[in-house]
Design a protein around this ligand. Structure first.
Ligand code: PNS
Length: 161
């Protein structure tokens, strides 16, 4: 059985992330989405459990997807869930430098390989950081996030209609 581990900070999960999960589900038997802390990113809008719950609602239609939220190294999660490989989406060329370093570090630590899926051009500009900013100023993010995330963003920002 092949298991893809899709890690990220997912603050919040968006349609670009969803596309990676859906495409990976066409290739692998099971998907584990791991919500983790990124030490390079300071202020989080949602805590790990909130992010896990939003993802669970957003991927419910796919099946064969498990979501975990942890504060540990990604390679520890990979071992725990018996991951075949790590899968990450690549949007733009500037993503590549840090993703390459992380892939090389993870392979050095544990031997696990990372597979990159190129984002669709229609989604390559979607980034959690931009969505937080647009949503904070009351902009419409409904085209970029699953309904469960849009709802939680409005709740978090006190914008319930
Ligand atoms: O969505 P992001 O922020 O690009 O995801 C980065 C993430 C969370 C996958 C990365 O920071 C990570 O793996 N964090 C867990 C701790 C860890 O293993 N750090 C070493 C990475 S080589």
């Amino acid at each position: 059985m092949t298991i893809a581990l899709i890690p990220g900070s997912f603050d919040p999960f968006h349609n670009g992330h969803l596309e990676v999960v859906e495409r990976a589900a066409d290739i692998f038997d099971e998907i584990v989405v791991a919500v983790l802390r990124n030490a390079q990113k300071s202020e989080a809008m949602f805590d790990l459990d909130e992010r896990r719950d939003m993802i669970a609602e957003s991927v419910a239609h796919i099946g064969r997807v498990r979501i975990v939220s942890m504060t540990t190294l990604l390679v520890n999660v990979a071992k725990e869930v018996n991951a075949t490989c790590i899968v990450k989406g690549l949007r733009v060329v500037t993503d590549f430098e840090s993703e390459l370093q992380m892939a090389q570090m993870n392979r050095s630590l544990s031997g696990i390989e990372t597979l990159f899926l190129p984002a669709s051009s229609s989604r390559s500009f979607i980034a959690s950081r931009l969505l937080r900013e647009v949503a904070r100023y009351g902009g419409d993010v409904s085209h970029f996030v699953p309904p469960a995330v849009e709802r939680r963003l409005k709740e978090k920002l006190g914008q319930e209609s």
